[in-house]
Design a protein around this ligand. Sequence first.
Ligand code: BG6
Length: 478
Amino acid sequence: MLLFGATGDLSQRMLLPSLCNLHADGLLPDALTIIGTSRSDYDDDGFREFARGALDRFLPGDRKDAATIEAFLARIGYVPLDVGDHSSFQALADKIGDVAGGLAVFLSTAPSLFEAVVTGLKAAGLGGDTVRVGLEKPLGHDLPSSEEINDAVAAAFPEDRTFRFDHYLGKETVQNIMALRFGNVLFEPVWNASGIDNVQITIAETVGLESRAGYYDGTGALRDMVQNHMLQLLALIAMEPPTHFDGTAIRDEKVKVLRSLRPITPESVQTCTVTGQYGPGAIGGEFVKSYADELEQPSGTETFVAVKAHIDNWRWQGVPFYLRTGKRMAARRSEIAIQFKPVPHSMFASRGGQLQNNVMVIRLQPEEYVQLLVMAKEPGLDRDGIRLREVPLDLSLDKEFKQRRRIAYERLLLDLIEGDQTLFVRRDEVEAQWRFIDAIRSGWAANGTRPKSYPSGSWGPSSAVALTERDGVTWQDD
Ligand code: BG6
């Protein structure tokens, strides 16, 4: 395995800990060696020390067995690389040696370097049939730049050896959406415009800018979160049942949904989107600074976005999909709430009983559960009328499955090594995602839309509430 960007933040937090976990569980092939590369001038031992430091910081205490870490580090080597210099690719190829047994390359570098990297790999003989390439986001900043990257990669690696990472697809609860929908007969008959009133997808974070100003400012929440993770969640919720559990069948269904997203226009952008930027506030009782203060300059970048999307096909006609995501929100929470339609006729009304619509909540993190809110009768003799109340049917995945939850990258890196593309994003999906996002951004530009300030520790600007309330819908908050 060859890791580009091996000294970067993602490598330290996610990639090295994930690979170490896979090693510890005996899931990596015995012969697998991991070569890190980046501009930093390490030798093998220097990089091993660097990796040891990352594992020490980012592996949980119960995964820090000293002998296991030593054995893992023994698999690692390093070659410094100047992407612009072809001779350094040759040094890399010499270090790697024969790739007949397979080579998994993972690129977590700035996307502006992707073209130079794949060209360098190919020229150094590291582009043959046994080599697969994994690409970390962002894959461009709009459709044209994404096409450019995809074209450059395609010149060296065909689609069936290109693995576009979206780490949300590596999360257990995200994969569980498919088990829930297609492993049960109960839900699919009402999983459409006749049964569902609206769908809400929330990814709320309490963290702010962290140390990512260089990337995040100018990127913003729409491109950082909606373009990839949220549209993938939407596609999994909305797709038709695939006939097989494989990369072609599942991705064929997802892309049909992504292509059916109704384009947002400069006219509809005002009523279909809300943008915000966090001001000062409090999170967990602690004062936190505004985005502009963290950045130390004013900025027009949105740290919150809400979008009302429509899917123009038979199944979803008239069903709004509300998406919202933001930094410095009231709580860390990723969830999908499906609000069902009311019953066609309530026989309880004449006896004072009031019904609420059923809701299904799929909580992805930090807890993992599926909750179905159903109506039940309160115990009693009902002399003053029937009292009905919403009660949860609770499926706690945390309690039901005690296994350690793997880091999403463990799953995805192993799939890359083994060549299973099911949980990776295909080129046509990424491009359909960009098409939807670019239309929103042009709408913002045409209208001079600026993000509204919202207090840190809140659920975003008040106009995000208005976005759903106008339709008579309330966000599913606790
Ligand atoms: C990344 C974004 O893709 O996902 C980050 O770049 C965000 O801004 C992160 O914080 C959220 O991932 P998770 O797994 O913590 O929900």
